[in-house]
Design a binder for this molecule. Structure first.
Ligand SMILES: O=c1[nH]c(=O)c2ncn([C@@H]3O[C@H](COP(=O)(O)OP(=O)(O)OP(=O)(O)O)[C@@H](O)[C@H]3O)c2[nH]1
Ligand SMILES: [Mg+2]
Length: 197
């Protein structure tokens, strides 16, 4: 079976990539699966693209093999696009999904339903030792709920209600999330590349 390294240490993302890529008969191997320990890549970029490229290119160089990285996050209109590229550590170090959710809900305490529009963004970067890095970007539109609900998924899923839905992303099954998510919308654009891997 063909394999691709996914430059992530986020178990939620890793699981989603495994599910998506199994459909292409490709085994997604995350940094959590490798026996060698891989240093954390500093995400010093100011865009999702820059951070995705930093992760993909540094790990591709280290392992001398094609590497896919995902830089993603939540942008909330009423917060001028925050948490954006800082989504993972919005409430500070160490990364804490629950604290991040509490911070967002507190910041939106007085926002009406119509002012809670938001979207998930996912930028994929594929770095190969001998070619230019390629990028794909996917979105999932929705709004931020008033309370946290559901236990599936990860990150901000318990407070994100996708457009045309009444449940949060964390109340959807993984198949439902994977059919509409920012990550799946980005991966769909990689299909040709995946077929030729
Ligand atoms: O509810 C969510 N459902 C999602 O589908 C999703 N995708 C991204 N996010 C948020 O955005 C951060 C990414 O930051 P990020 O791209 O730097 O990844 P990360 O630091 O978690 O892992 P790594 O891939 O860098 O190792 C994550 O931690 C989450 O807070 C999501 N939240
Ligand atoms: Mg990160």
């Amino acid at each position: 079976m063909k394999e691709i390294i996914i430059a992530t240490k986020n178990p939620g993302k890793a699981e989603e990539f495994k599910t998506f890529f199994a459909k292409f008969n490709i085994k997604a191997v995350s940094l959590l699966d490798l026996s060698q320990s891989i240093q954390d890549i500093e995400e010093t970029g100011v865009t999702f693209e820059e951070n995705a490229a930093l992760k993909a290119e540094q790990i591709a160089k280290l392992l001398n093999t094609p590497v896919l990285a995902d830089d993603s996050g939540l942008t909330i209109d009423a917060l001028d696009g925050r948490p954006g590229i800082f989504s993972a550590r919005y409430a500070g170090e160490p990364k804490d999904d629950k604290a991040n959710i509490e911070k967002v809900l507190a910041e939106l305490k007085n926002a009406k339903v119509t002012d809670r529009t938001a979207r998930f963004v996912c930028v994929l970067a594929v770095a190969t030792p001998d070619a230019n890095t390629i990028f794909k970007k996917g979105y999932c539109e929705g709004r931020i709920s008033v309370t946290s609900k559901g236990s599936n998924g990860f990150g901000y899923d318990p407070i994100f209600i996708p457009k045309n839905y009444t449940r949060t992303m964390a109340e959807l099954s993984s198949d439902e999330k994977n059919s509409i998510s920012h990550r799946s919308n980005a991966i769909k654009q990689l299909e040709d590349w995946l077929e030729n891997l």
